[in-house]
Write a protein that binds this ligand. Structure first.
Ligand code: MSP
Length: 528
């Protein structure tokens, strides 16, 4: 079934460089996009940058740059990073682009004219040295600034507000009626109980800084962060522009719209965004997948803790697929995952070098040794294990599809690695080196090679959204023909015959834990 799918990442703040934590969102979205393309779904994958706001204005000032020059540089570095991580996004939206700012102003004016936005007074606690407003809940217990610890003052500022209260009931009902709107369920429940406490109208403009989209009818105000940022999902599709073909195709008439967000920005996407759409009379077509955080040993990654890991650091030492595998595999949807060099190297050695890498090299070497690289479909199964392996393959494919369809990549990969384990065990059970000594066992030996060949072909297809390069190498080494690399060929027994490459590449070289940890100047930590 061919579907039209629109997949988005959050747009990243241009206040600094993207680290391994926020790259996680992009890598899982890329996995999802690649999976849909594998299924032959028509897929549109969007990522981008959130470029306005006071923080960015200040960061630019510190570097003696205009905010525009500052965000241009960050955007360029981020684009290059995505290229290096082989992210297959179709578009990269920047909120300082004209195509975005123009429509955001239009949306704002529309909401204003409908009285969904009104002018009021924002009362808040302000930290003068930090030049920042804070809500009551953000302040320290003694009312001081959460950033610098100094006293805050009460200030009033004229601001526009978006009516959230007006839509509270409608939103609550919508979430209740659409069980899969927010996933996983724990996050959905959090949102429902938040709404039950009652919504306050949201302040959506500021007069205290300049780096933002001016309100068209009152330019001393700039549109404050969330209306600007959330609208990217529509402006990138050409919503309300002269060319809204993508909007019509992927939003209005699309089959699946997926916004992937970290747990810290779920509320904005689960509350402000649907309310904005309700007010704009745009159908709510999206589902939200909320993921947890990648934590370090010391907790969250932060500059002050000095524990930030940048993705290219990992890629340069261990390769892209190892990074992609680790991130996708280590994070159960909705919960936090952990990154430590020790854990990363352990997974690299066990899952990649030992389990997958060995299976590929052992299998290809035996196919060459015993049959000159030729593999043929056997006339019958020779072993009781054959049936078991075929059964495992069938179940793995079913679990894989069900998991990947529902953004549960970890479960899908666990199933694939169970199959890899099963195949390694199958080699030990059938002992091809013993069979090879007896000419009468030739067909049995051929049968074993064929099961390994098919198993590897299917593993390579299934890992392709996560580890595209590794998948491609395996498929090339097995000399799988194009028609058998597809989603619809995820089935045991479709290969009539093949001739594999003479010698397999070492896919993942085993690493020495101590040496590697030394390189990262970290001591082996006892597992979290
Ligand atoms: N600009 C807003 C999003 C606007 S979307 C309309 C923003 N940007 S951000 O750069 O701060 O964060 C982008 C994403 O990265 C968020 O989904 C956030 O949860 C995610 N992550 C930031 N640190 C992370 C980890 N350590 N681990 C996983 N994701 C992390 O919020």
């Amino acid at each position: 079934m061919c579907k039209k799918c629109y997949i988005t990442t959050p747009i990243y703040y241009a206040s600094g460089d993207v680290h391994i934590g926020n790259s996680y969102s992009t890598i899982v979205c890329d996995t999802f996009a690649r999976y849909h393309r594998l299924k032959q779904d028509e897929t549109y994958f969007l990522t981008g940058m959130d470029e306005h706001g006071q923080k960015i204005e200040e960061a630019a000032k510190k570097q003696n740059k205009t905010p525009q020059a500052f965000v241009d540089e960050v955007a360029l570095r981020t684009k290059t990073l995505w290229k290096n991580l082989e992210i297959t996004n179709d578009d990269f939206i920047r909120t300082s682009e004209k195509r975005h700012t123009k429509i955001v102003q239009k949306i704002f004016e529309q909401l204003l004219s409908q009285d969904d936005i009104y002018l009021g007074t924002y009362e808040g606690d302000y930290c003068v040295p930090c030049e920042a407003f804070f809500t009551k809940t953000q302040l320290n217990e003694d009312g001081t600034c959460p950033d610098c610890g100094r006293k805050t003052i009460k200030v009033q500022e004229e601001s526009y507000f978006l009516r959230l209260k007006k839509y509270e009931k409608q939103l609550y009902q919508f979430i209740q009626e659409h069980e899969d709107f927010i996933q996983p369920e724990t996050r959905r429940n959090e949102v429902l109980s938040f709404i039950e406490q009652g919504l306050e109208d949201l302040c959506v403009s500021r007069t205290s800084f300049e780096w933002g989209i001016p309100v068209l009818s009152n330019p001393k105000h700039v549109i404050y962060v969330w209306i600007d940022a959330l609208a990217n999902y529509l402006t990138a599709l050409g919503y309300q522009s002269d060319d809204d073909e993508l909007y019509q195709k992927f939003w209005n008439h699309g089959d699946e719209v997926v916004h992937v967000v970290g747990k810290d920005i779920l509320r904005f996407h689960a509350i402000y965004w649907p309310i904005m759409l309700m007010a704009l009379h745009v159908p709510i077509r999206f589902k939200l997948y909320a993921h947890g955080w990648i934590l370090m040993k010391e907790g969250k990654m932060s500059k002050s803790k000095g524990n930030i890991v940048y993705p290219m650091e990992v890629v340069q030492s261990y390769g892209l697929d190892a990074l992609r595998y680790y991130l996708v595999k280590e994070m159960p949807l909705g919960n936090d995952g952990i990154f430590t060099w020790e854990r990363f190297i352990e997974r690299y050695n066990v899952d990649l070098a030992n389990d997958l890498g060995n299976l590929v090299s052992r299998s290809i070497s035996m196919m060459n040794k015993y049959f000159d690289g030729k593999v043929e479909k056997p006339k019958k199964n020779e072993f009781s294990y054959d049936q078991e392996v075929e059964e495992t393959i069938k179940n793995t494919i079913a679990t894989y599809i069900d998991s990947f369809d529902h953004f549960q990549f970890q479960n899908g990969l666990i199933a694939v690695w169970e199959l890899i384990d099963r195949m390694n065990k199958y080699i030990d059970e059938t002992s091809p080196w013993v069979l090879a000594k007896d000419e009468k066992q030739k067909e049995a030996l051929q049968d074993v090679m064929y099961h390994l060949y098919e198993g590897l072909r299917l593993v390579a297809i299934m890992i392709s959204p996560v580890m595209p390069a590794t998948s491609q190498i395996i498929l090339e080494e097995l000399k799988v023909e194009e028609s058998l690399k597809t989603f619809s060929s995820l089935q045991f027994g479709l290969t009539p015959a093949s001739r594999v490459i003479e010698k397999a590449k070492v896919l993942f070289q085993r690493l020495n834990m101590e040496e590697e940890l030394k390189k990262h100047e970290l001591n082996a930590c006892s597992d979290e």
